[in-house]
Structures are given as C-alpha cells and as structure tokens.
Design a protein around this ligand. Structure first.
Ligand code: TYD
Length: 205
C-alpha cells in the first residue's frame, strides 16, 4: 500500500476545512490511516512561522513573506508529510505550494515561476497526487468570512481585488495541470462537493 498526498486549495472562506473533515471521515471509513494537516502551521516550527506570517504587526516585504511560507513548507514536508507517505498513509492537507503561487505570485505580484521553483526546492520536488481546488467568487467568499465573525488575518484583510487575482491564479494553475487538479464549485452544497471529491479520490486508493 502506498501513500497518497491530497491537498485542498482555494481562497479564504471557500470551505476547505469542512471538506477536509468530510474527506478524512470517509477515508478513515475506507480503512486508511489519515494524517490531516495544514500550511502554514503543520509542525511546532510551522506554528511559530504561522504566527509571524499571519499576525505580525509590522510590514513584511513580499519576498520575506514568500520565504516564510517556504520555510514552513520545507520543515513540514520533511518531518511530517514524507514520513507519513512512506508509511503508506493518506495525507489530507489544507494548502500547499499552489497557495504560494496564487497568494505570493499573483496576490503580491512576485514572479509566479520563481515562487513555484522556491517551493519545489523547499520540498525536494514533492507534488501532490491530487489537488482539490474549491473555487468561489471572491465576493461570496468575503461574505462567508464576514459572517464567521472572526478577526481577519494579514492575508484575509487584503482588498477584494487581491482576492480576485488569487482566484484567477488558482484557476490558471488548475488549467495548466488538469491531471493533478479537481476543480469544484464551492458554492454547491457541502454534501454534493464531498461526493465529487470521493469519486475522484477513490481510484487513488
Ligand atoms: P489558512 O490556514 O487557510 O487560514 P485560516 O485558518 O484562517 O482559514 O491560511 C492562512 C493564510 O495564509 C491564507 O490567507 C492564505 C495564506 N497563504 C499564503 O499566502 N501563502 C501560502 O503559501 C499559504 C500556505 C497560505
């Protein structure tokens, strides 16, 4: 039995957490051992980086921000994700390198190819078996975040136009690698979304 690496991507408020939970439950019912994790913050080191990158009060330059996400990623993949995959487990991860390409590349307007290369270097070229993109119009996403009544982090606090660029970048990434991506309409009801995810995941098991 070999490990399976699944990532969930999408804008803030797209429902990644709900879908990760449903997928984890289903995989566990299929008899698989699941490691549920996220970036930034999947390790102790990552939790400290997450605090800086999401909540630091001072200005962080775009390149420094990109390096912080990459540092979190390097530590996370080396110490948690690769070992789990080597044990034959299924890793269900909220956000991965596509988030960096979309947020730091398109959002912060750094060179998307350089951001991707930086991440690939950090993780020694590990790509997911499947990436689920929960696609949602940024206005609808913002309404969900508003109704959640939580203070915004540094990225969430960016303007609508930033999130529109992020969304377009995710869709372009999915178009470029159709074999790796499943794009789902995040405005659909959660059970419908979960069913289409299960259909795509089943052959990977
Ligand atoms: P997330 O954990 O999804 O936020 P929350 O727990 O509040 O739902 O992600 C935190 C933020 O970090 C999110 O706005 C996207 C951003 N991010 C990047 O900008 N680049 C990255 O490489 C990653 C992984 C996340």
């Amino acid at each position: 039995m070999s490990g399976v690496f699944i990532t969930l991507e999408g804008g803030d408020g797209a429902g990644k957490t709900t879908q990760s939970t449903l997928l984890e439950e289903w995989l566990t019912a299929q008899g698989r051992v699941v490691v549920r994790t996220r970036e930034p913050g999947g390790t102790d080191f990552g939790t400290e980086v997450r605090e800086i990158v999401l909540h630091s009060r001072g200005f962080i330059t775009p390149r420094a921000e990109a390096l912080l996400y990459a540092a979190d990623r390097a530590q996370h993949i080396a110490t948690k994700v690769r070992p789990a995959l080597e044990r034959g487990e299924v890793v269900v991860q909220d956000r991965y390198l596509d988030s960096s390409v979309a947020y730091q590349g398109a959002g912060r307007v750094l060179d998307a190819e350089e951001i991707r290369e930086l991440s690939l270097w950090a993780v020694e070229d590990l790509l997911p078996d499947l990436t689920i993109l929960l696609d949602l119009d940024e206005t609808a996403a913002r309404a969900r975040l508003d109704s959640a009544d939580k203070p915004f982090d540094r990225l969430e606090a960016e303007k609508g136009e930033f999130h529109a660029r992020v969304r377009a970048a995710f869709l372009a990434l999915a178009e470029r690698e159709p074999a790796r991506f499943l794009v789902v309409d995040a405005a659909a009801d959660p059970e419908t979304i979960a069913a289409s995810i299960r259909t795509r995941v089943a052959p990977l098991l």
